[in-house]
Design a protein around this ligand. Structure first.
Ligand code: PLP
Length: 418
């Protein structure tokens, strides 16, 4: 069926009951209740294929990569580089040389900050971000601004949690050296109109970095169609391992960038007189990388491609609509982030109950949600809340789990007498 659907250009439907069997962790009970895992925005659970890929690497062919002539090293190198090709196809990058493996979104953004932006930044230059960024897309720029006298400019967001596009157009100025914006907000769920924003930025010659940490698990991403200059994401939110991530960069930009860190594997030749750096992507992968992790990321990408990102997106939209409808009907509950275009995140607050208490009480009923500022303190300040409780969905969540969440929230209301 999936072939026919693909030919017709329609997403196949997910067989979620079947897919759940791929995730061993999901079948457990927590505090005597079946686990309902709704903390996917923080990190997603891993399918057997990912766990097995890492295990196989260590059991069957592990050795250090790139420098070995022996069988194990060559096999590890082949698998590691194969993962690069998988990520290239996953993002529809023009070349696998545009895929740099990092420790995660945070490191990818810091890499762009240090290697691309820092050498081009002068006092009075501007970096433009939005008011809904994760701290990892705020603090690296503040550090650069402190060092150089550059200025961080912030695009305001509306009450619903959408970027103010008029303000954005005005903020794109003569001195803007980079637009760095989140593709999907982790705190609000908003899917930003990034293709249009990139178009406007490029019209003024401004390069664009997208923080795709919360986008890649939920929708197909085509970096060429978007026109992004840089795109960052983490494997662990994509059903892959922790400690691994990706920076996509257009090759010409990467080629013109200085290394981020110095060390082994990022050079062509080294002498005390002069060192010649390797070409991208190796130039940005100093030292021994997370070899098994990268290979397991490749397995995660294979898994998602097999399941189908279109089908995942369609399924999660239905689930989000259902959850939004049910949570909106709970008296005293307010959803923070009500943009029409959202991906699987519902942040909420409740009259009389602190988000941390909500999180703790839901946990007692087997429901895992996140409570806090979600590394997006400016978003909390924007909505004048100290924190929110956040349910974030993945491909394995079900309507029944949403019902359990709603029943658990009702219990919280009873306890707090709301
Ligand atoms: N950007 C967004 C939107 C995120 O949600 C996160 C993680 O929560 C990050 C960046 C940082 O990702 P990592 O901690 O994997 O580097």
């Amino acid at each position: 069926m999936s072939n026919l659907k693909a030919q017709l250009g329609l997403p196949g439907r997910l067989d979620v009951a079947r897919l759940r069997e791929d995730f061993p962790i999901l079948s457990q009970t927590v505090h005597g209740r079946p686990l309902v895992y709704l903390d996917n925005g923080a990190s997603a659970q891993k399918p057997e294929a990912v766990i097995e890929a890492e295990r196989r690497c260590y059991r069957e062919y592990y050795a250090n990569i790139h420098r070995g002539v022996h069988y194990l090293s060559q096999t590890s190198t082949t698998e590691y580089e194969a993962a690069r090709g998988k990520v290239q196809r996953f993002l529809n990058a023009a070349s696998d040389k545009e895929i740099v493996f990092t420790r995660g979104t945070t490191e990818s953004i810091n890499l762009v900050a240090h290697s691309y932006v820092r050498p081009r930044l002068r006092a009075g230059d501007e970096i433009l971000v939005s008011a809904m960024e994760h701290h990892s897309n705020i603090v690296p720029w503040q550090l650069l601004c402190e060092e150089t006298g550059a200025v961080l400019k912030v695009i305001p967001i509306s009450e619903a949690g959408e970027i103010d596009l008029d303000a954005f157009a005005e903020l794109l100025g003569e001195r803007t050296r980079l637009l760095s914006v989140v593709h999907v907000s982790n705190a609000l769920g908003t899917v930003n109109p990034v293709a249009e924003m990139i178009r406007q930025a490029h019209a003024k010659g401004i390069p664009v970095l997208l923080d795709g940490a919360q986008a890649v698990p939920h929708m197909p991403v085509d970096v060429q169609a978007l026109g992004a200059d840089f795109y960052a994401f983490s494997a662990h939110k994509l059903y892959g391992p922790t400690g691994v991530g990706v920076l996509y960069g257009k090759y010409d930009l990467l080629k013109a960038m200085r290394p981020y860190q110095g060390g082994g594997d990022m050079i062509k030749t080294v002498s005390f007189e002069k060192t010649i750096y390797a070409d991208p992507p190796n130039r940005f992968e100093a030292g021994t990388p997370n070899i098994a992790g990268v290979i397991a990321l490749g397995a995660a990408v294979d898994y998602l491609s097999e399941v189908g990102l279109e089908a995942i997106a369609a399924y999660e939209q239905e689930l989000l609509d259902y959850a939004t409808e049910r949570l909106s009907a709970i008296p005293g509950l307010r959803i923070i982030g009500t943009a029409p275009n959202k991906a699987g995140v519902i942040s909420f607050v409740m009259d009389g109950a602190h988000p941390h208490d909500i999180g703790t009480l839901l946990d007692e009923q087997g429901v895992a949600v996140r409570a806090g500022h979600h590394c997006a303190e400016p978003v909390m300040r924007r909505y004048a809340v100290p924190a929110t409780a956040r349910a974030s969905f993945g491909l394995y969540n079900t309507r029944e789990e949403v019902d359990v969440l709603v029943a658990a929230i009702e219990k919280v209301r009873e306890l707090f007498g709301a």
